[in-house]
Design a protein around this ligand. Sequence first.
Ligand SMILES: O=C(O)CCC(=O)C(=O)O
Ligand SMILES: [Fe+2]
Length: 136
Amino acid sequence: HGGGGRVTGFGEHTDPQIISVLRSNATSGLEIALRDGAWVSVPPDQTSFFVNVGDALQVLTNGRFRSVRHRVMVNSVRPRVSVIFFGGPSPRETLSPLPQLVGEGGRSRYREFTWREYKASAYRTKLAANRLCHFE
Ligand SMILES: O=C(O)CCC(=O)C(=O)O
Ligand SMILES: [Fe+2]
């Protein structure tokens, strides 16, 4: 449950995979967290796809693209329906920042790990955890 009588439908988290493509009906509910932690509602648009950066893409881009923290609040007036495609690596795939994005003399912010390792680590934590801090 959220404050002020608002009910959380899907708790805050970042998506694990590379990219998430989301489609919903015209009911609001999806919210993203800004850098300062404030939550803002994403205006629903049933004619658009919403594309979300996942943790894996944050690693591949060495943090240039950020996996945005989001949640879904319950809309007490209208039903909300959403469908999401999650595009992720296969379990044996190795992930690390792309050399072109680290740059010469630049610092890689993440160590190399397999997707299997990430999953095993993520399943041991709560939904809201920062799952990438184990791979920095
Ligand atoms: O229902 C939504 O719009 C988002 C759900 C979500 O964040 C997820 O499944 O990862
Ligand atoms: Fe999500």
